[in-house]
Design a protein around this ligand. Structure first.
Ligand code: KG4
Ligand code: ZN
Length: 413
């Protein structure tokens, strides 16, 4: 089955085409084309993502990225006999897209006139690719940004009569952890980074989702069955990383830079006591909820008292901040494991790219004898491969095409 995944929930525009199959023995997938455009350079100057700006960028980039993705696919496994016409000159309107069909597509993209012009051009020049389903992020995320992807996906679905599967972004982060690259015979390296085995998850599983917008503990009782058992009361952990980075004068998004500074400090001064101790918010609360806004404010007050924020101070603060986050994540995850007794621990979301967090939670899994599922670093942050995969898993579970859904910024699992 061939699936097109589309992701526009925040500041990454992602388009990915996968071929996935499942036999009695195992499920696997091949990435036929995968394009990701990060708007980070644009948002960096403002220190955060502006939804309307993100929306405009998605609208500008979706068709070119989709086109690039199709070209990549053409190279790997042609999906249609004449994807590019001779010399790129012959324009051919598809029979399914008579005037009426085109008007229906235009109607769907009524708020995105530029996107319609580009899409019209594209669908006039290529034959319908052999895609079985389109999976698109319907939420959660920035609503204006989500709508661009959703209307683009609806337009393609209408133009080519392809089933459409609305997909939850957080479910995408969860399923990304089940991808494991096929290894060569010696088990030393991936045969081809485009081919993955889809690992079977042992249930019940516990997922720790840590991203720029979310900090959640999710109990997965069975395939695609979720219960949120812990949540942040205020800031998400990635948001706290980014805000602390900003206070230290570091570029947006600062999560990765904070973790690099923390690593440097840990290596250079392994036995140094933290000169500016920070709190571990809610670590002793009996529930599984989190709070990171107080930690961020504590950093702010600490910095106000320091006359000069030198590189040394930045490293010290970065390490103590990361240590506070690690302590809280370890404590809450362990508490959830003891309460719910899962067989698997999954981590997902952009912050799960953090090497100290990965290492720490691997140790937690060893302690409790759990299987540990963690996405590759490249699929930890937002991407369309995870959306295509989540779409595939939902189709396997019987989910049917839906062309009437709305983008929902607050969509829950
Ligand atoms: O999942 P994601 O790509 O987007 C959302 O859905 O929010 O997560 C982005 C977040 C940002 O806050 C970024 O700073 C954080 O992930 N992040 C990290 C690291 N890499 C990305 N945080 C800590 N350490 C990292 N290495
Ligand atoms: Zn995300």
């Amino acid at each position: 089955m061939i699936i097109l995944g589309i992701e526009t929930s925040c500041d990454e525009t992602g388009v990915c085409i996968i071929e996935a199959e499942k036999s009695e023995k195992e499920a696997s997938l091949t990435v036929l084309g995968n394009q990701l455009y990060s708007q980070v350079k644009l948002h960096e100057q403002y220190g955060g993502v502006f939804p309307m700006m993100a929306k405009r960028e998605h609208a500008k980039n979706l068709v070119p990225l989709f086109q690039k993705c199709l070209e990549e696919v053409e190279h790997n496994r042609p999906l249609a006999p004449s994807l590019t016409n001779e010399g790129g000159k012959t324009l051919r309107i598809l029979p399914s897209l008579d005037k009426e069909g085109l008007r229906a597509v235009e109607n769907i993209l009524i708020r995105e006139p530029e996107l319609f012009v580009e899409l019209e051009e594209l669908i006039k020049t290529i034959e319908k690719p052999d895609i079985d389903a389109i999976a698109v992020t319907s939420g959660p995320g920035l609503e204006p940004a989500l709508w661009v992807g959703v209307t683009f996906a609806k337009a393609l679905s209408e133009a080519w009569n392809i089933p459409l599967i609305p997909t939850n972004h957080m479910e995408g982060h969860i399923v990304a952890s089940s991808l494991s690259p096929f290894l060569d015979k010696k088990g030393l390296g991936a045969v081809d980074k485009k081919e993955y085995k889809i690992k079977e998850t042992k249930y019940p599983a516990l997922a720790l989702l840590i991203s720029g917008g979310h900090t959640q503990l999710v109990l997965i009782k069975d395939n695609l069955q979720y219960e949120i058992i812990g949540n942040t009361c205020d800031d998400a952990v990635g948001e706290a990383f980014d805000k602390v980075a900003r206070m230290l004068g570091l570029p947006y998004p600062g999560g990765k830079i904070i973790s690099e500074l923390a690593k440097k400090e840990r290596e250079e001064n392994p036995n140094k006591k933290a000169p500016y101790p920070l709190p571990r918010p809610m670590i002793h609360s009996k529930d599984l909820n989190f709070s990171f806004s107080g930690l961020k404010t504590a950093v702010l007050y600490t910095l106000k008292k320091i006359p000069e924020i030198t590189d040394e101070v930045k490293q010290e603060i970065a390490l103590e901040f990361e240590s506070a986050v690690l302590d809280v994540l370890e404590s809450k995850t362990s508490q959830a494991i003891e309460e719910y007794n899962p067989q698997t621990l999954i981590i997902g979301g952009g912050v799960s790219a953090n090497p100290s967090i990965r290492e720490l939670l691997e140790k937690v899994c060893q302690k409790y004898g759990l299987e540990f599922l963690v996405p590759e670093v490249s699929t930890s942050t937002d991407n369309a491969l995870m959306i295509a995969l989540a779409g595939y898993m939902n189709i396997l579970a019987g989910k049917k095409s839906d062309t009437t859904f709305r983008a929902n910024g607050n969509l829950s699992l």
